[in-house]
Design a protein around this ligand. Structure first.
Ligand code: HEM
Ligand code: HEM
Length: 199
C-alpha cells in the first residue's frame, strides 16, 4: 500500500479502514445479540399453555432477534470475504520498524486467526441452521446446504459457540495490544488504523 501524503506514516487505505471498523461494529453487536437471543430461546423461564414452568420464550421478539442474528452474521461473512480479497490483492502498510519482530509476528498470527474465525464461525452457524432446518430469516427461507439432522445441528451449534468464544479471546488480545501500543510503547501502530492528518 502506498503512503498517503496526507499522513506522515504508512496507513491502511480508507477502504481497508472502513471495512475494519464496519466489521468490528457488527461483531460488537453480534456477540451480545447471540448470547441474549440464545438465553431467551433456550433458558428464559416461562410457562406453557397449561401454566407449567418451561425454559425458553418463543415470542415475536425472540424470532426477530434470531432473524437479525442470522442476517448480521451473513453480512459479516460477506464483508470479511471482501476484506480478505482486498487484503490479499492490495496488501497492508509495511510493519512499524520500531516494533520488535517477535511482537510483529504475534500480531500477524492474531490478525490471520481473526480472519479465519470470522469466516469459520458464520459458515458453522449456517451449517447448524441447515441441519436443524431453522432457515427462516424474516420470513425468507434460506437454501439448505445439508440434509436435516437434529443431533448434528446441536453438535454444530456447540462448535459455533466455541468459535464465538475464540473470537472474544482474539478480539480481547487485539484490543489489549492496541492499548499496549498506545499507552505503554507510545508508538504509532494505532494511527495506522485511525490516522491523524498532518498539516
Ligand atoms: C461472525 C458471526 C457470528 C458470531 C460472532 C456469532 C455468535 C453467536 C453467539 C455468541 C451465539 C450464542 C451461543 C450460545 O449462547 O451458546 C450464537 C448463537 C447462534 N447463532 Fe451465531 N454468530 C455468528 C454468525 C451466525 C450465522 C451466520 C448464523 C446463521 C445464519 C448464526 C446462527 C446462530 C443461531 C441459530 C444461534 C442460536 C443457537 C441456539 O439457540 O442454541 N450465527 N451465535
Ligand atoms: C471485533 C473487533 C475487531 C476485529 C474483528 C478486528 C480485526 C482486525 C484485523 C483482522 C486486522 C488486520 C488488518 C490487516 O492487516 O489485514 C486488524 C488491524 C488493526 N486493528 Fe482491529 N479489529 C477489531 C477491533 C479493533 C479495535 C477496537 C481497535 C482499536 C482499539 C483495533 C485496532 C486495530 C489496529 C490499530 C490495526 C492495525 C494493526 C497493525 O497495523 O499492525 N481493532 N484488526
Amino acid at each position: 500500500m502506498a503512503q498517503d501524503p496526507k499522513y506522515d506514516l504508512p496507513t491502511y487505505t480508507p477502504t481497508a479502514r472502513g471495512l475494519h471498523w464496519l466489521i468490528a461494529l457488527l461483531i460488537f453487536i453480534q456477540l451480545p445479540l447471540g448470547f441474549y437471543m440464545s438465553y431467551r430461546g433456550n433458558e428464559m423461564p416461562s410457562v406453557d399453555e397449561k401454566g407449567a414452568p418451561v425454559k425458553g420464550v418463543w415470542d415475536a421478539l425472540t424470532g426477530f432477534l434470531y432473524s437479525s442474528h442470522k442476517l448480521v452474521g451473513l453480512t459479516v461473512l460477506a464483508l470479511v470475504v471482501l476484506r480478505l480479497l482486498y487484503r490479499l490483492t492490495r496488501g497492508a502498510p509495511r510493519s512499524d520498524p520500531t516494533v520488535p519482530p517477535a511482537l510483529t509476528g504475534i500480531s500477524h498470527l492474531v490478525h490471520w486467526g481473526l480472519y479465519a474465525l470470522l469466516i469459520a464461525v458464520p459458515v458453522i452457524g449456517y451449517t447448524a441452521i441447515s441441519y436443524g432446518d431453522y432457515l427462516d430469516v424474516f420470513g425468507f427461507h434460506l437454501p439448505a446446504i445439508t440434509e436435516k439432522n437434529e443431533d448434528l445441528s446441536k453438535q454444530v451449534f456447540e462448535w459455533h459457540a466455541i468459535g464465538a468464544f475464540l473470537i472474544i479471546a482474539f478480539v480481547t488480545l487485539h484490543i489489549a495490544a492496541a492499548i499496549y501500543h498506545r499507552v505503554v510503547r507510545k508508538d504509532r501502530v494505532v494511527e495506522r488504523m485511525i490516522p491523524k492528518r498532518v498539516a
